[in-house]
Design a protein around this ligand. Structure first.
Ligand SMILES: Nc1ncnc2c1ncn2[C@@H]1O[C@H](COP(=O)(O)OP(=O)(O)OP(=O)(O)O)[C@@H](O)[C@H]1O
Ligand SMILES: [Mg+2]
Length: 472
């Protein structure tokens, strides 16, 4: 959705960036954000801890000092006791105690705080707050000696936090490095087949249908690779079938031309010759008129021309069969049958064509079915009778062409292995219109029945009529 609106997703692949690089970039960003979040949380926790620890140490120290100064109020040498009290705090990690003496020569006697070993100043600056100071006034007579001052010292506590911080940072860094390495290795391995696949696609696009890819890697890629291999196999098969169909088409056209040449040679040329002879004879007879002989020659010319006319129409019908569809399907099938009758008058045709009310395209497909089935009967069998029935049924049209030419050769699969194109093309066209084709042997008399069921009035976009449905 983001991509479609033209907005760029920050997690999407950048221009010419590989998928694995995108994944690693995104995962590294998430890890870096997690690291920052954990460090902020650590900072907040540590700052609170420093404040609490140092605050409670100062409170305990104050309580101790107040208690001790009460006790030493009656001592013989209170000053000495006060100095001793300061020394008691020597080495304390959190509190520095100072005895601020009063009098003509005031001195400040302080305890020393436990030293810190390695604490960067910048870290101390961000962790430490303003140190608390507590002044304890000495009671009664002791007040003349001065006062005690207690000052919180955070360095030691911050050093603890610093060490803790270093440890956490090390653990997190190792964790992030391990995750990044693991992701890099896993993604790298998982996507390893992709470059091969993209090369294979390029080769396939270039027309190399023998290309295959190894089906390895994660399940999704295995499925993708096996889908690719299947597609390449199918494309290869389709190309082979296409080449075969083109060869067949060329052969069919060649046969058709030879057929037409034979018809012209056998059925038209001799008659043209006889017309020429008759015309010359009439010319010679006109010198010594013999009316009866002239009439006979003229009749002979008329018969010859009628014969040629019939054949020329038949040839035209074979060259442009759809022309006849302009006069309806029944008329076109009749013309088709007539042309076969002319070629082989011994064969009896029994034709029944209902008015289907189909579209021109549907009529053309039905005409093509009848043409191919009748042509196959003559080509592959020795028929004496052919029944053609185009009937209207509740769910469309039914076209049945039944011959008694002997039947399919044993073991032969019509439209399958014989190298023929006609039945394949018939099946393709009928299936594209949502119909079915059944080709079966009939027993008595032995022959072949082509049985097609076709929905009518539902011509789909699968067949736009641009291809010649008569091919085959
Ligand atoms: N009426 C039939 N009688 C006997 N065999 C047939 C008949 N119709 C089809 N066949 C068999 O089925 C095969 C396939 O027929 P198909 O029409 O597909 O091819 P073809 O006629 O050999 O070649 P094409 O139609 O491409 O010119 C034929 O080779 C033939 O063996
Ligand atoms: Mg055929």
């Amino acid at each position: 959705m983001i991509e479609r609106l033209g907005l760029k997703s920050p997690f999407g692949p950048r221009k010419s960036e590989s998928l694995s690089a995108t994944l690693i970039r995104n995962i590294s960003s998430v890890l870096a954000l997690t690291l920052v979040f954990i460090l902020l949380l650590t900072y907040w926790q540590s700052a609170t801890k420093v404040e609490t620890e140092v605050g409670s140490a100062l409170a305990i120290a104050e309580k101790t000092v107040r208690k001790v100064v009460q006790e030493i109020a009656h001592d013989d040498d209170p000053r000495l006791q006060l100095v001793r009290l300061v020394r008691v705090f020597d080495g304390n990690r959190h509190v520095k105690v100072t005895f601020a003496e009063a009098g003509p020569s005031p001195q400040r006697i302080s305890s020393f705080v436990a030293p810190v070993e390695e604490l960067p100043n910048w870290f101390y600056a961000i962790m430490a707050g303003v140190p608390d100071v507590v002044r304890v006034e000495l009671p009664g007579d002791l007040a003349r000696f001065g006062a005690m001052e207690l000052k919180a010292d955070q360095r030691s506590e911050v050093e603890e936090v610093w060490e803790d911080f270093l440890l956490r940072l090390a653990i997190l860094s190792v964790f992030c490095a391990l995750v990044a390495t693991l992701v890099y290795v896993t993604v790298g391995r998982a996507l390893a087949p992709l470059p091969n696949l993209s090369t294979a696609f390029e080769r396939l696009g270039g027309g190399d249908y023998d290309v295959r890819v190894a089906e390895t890697g994660p399940t999704e890629l295995v499925r993708l690779c096996s889908g690719f291999n299947e597609m390449a196999t199918r494309l290869g098969d389709m190309e082979t079938a296409n080449r075969r169909l083109n060869d067949q088409l060329a052969t069919v056209q060649e046969e058709e031309r030879a057929d037409l040449a034979r018809d012209l040679h056998d059925e038209v040329s001799p008659f043209l010759f006889s017309v020429e002879v008759d015309a010359s004879t009439i010319r010679n007879m006109s010198q010594a008129p013999d009316r009866k002989a002239v009439l006979e020659r003229a009749d002979a010319i008329r018969v010859a021309i009628a014969h040629m006319n019939k054949h020329v129409r038949s040839i035209l019908g074979r060259l442009r069969p759809t022309v006849h569809l302009e006069f309806g399907l029944a008329s076109a099938i009749e013309t088709l049958v007539d042309s076969w009758k002319l070629r082989d008058p011994k064969v009896t045709f029994n034709v029944e064509v209902d008015d289907l009310g189909g579209t021109a395209k549907e009529d053309a497909v039905i005409h093509g079915i009848v043409r191919e089935a009748v042509s196959n009967a003559f080509k592959h069998g020795r028929p004496t009778r052919i029944d053609v029935a185009v009937t209207s049924e509740a769910d469309g049209a039914r076209v049945v062409v039944k011959d008694d030419g002997g039947g399919l050769a044993p073991g032969g699969t019509p439209g399958g292995t014989g190298g023929g194109f006609g039945l394949i093309a018939m099946r393709e066209r009928v299936t594209a219109l949502g119909g079915t084709v059944e080709i079966r042997n009939s027993e008595t008399p032995a022959g072949v029945t082509v049985d097609v069921r076709l929905p009518i009035g539902e011509t789909s976009a699968a067949f736009d009529g641009s291809a010649d449905p008569e091919v085959g």
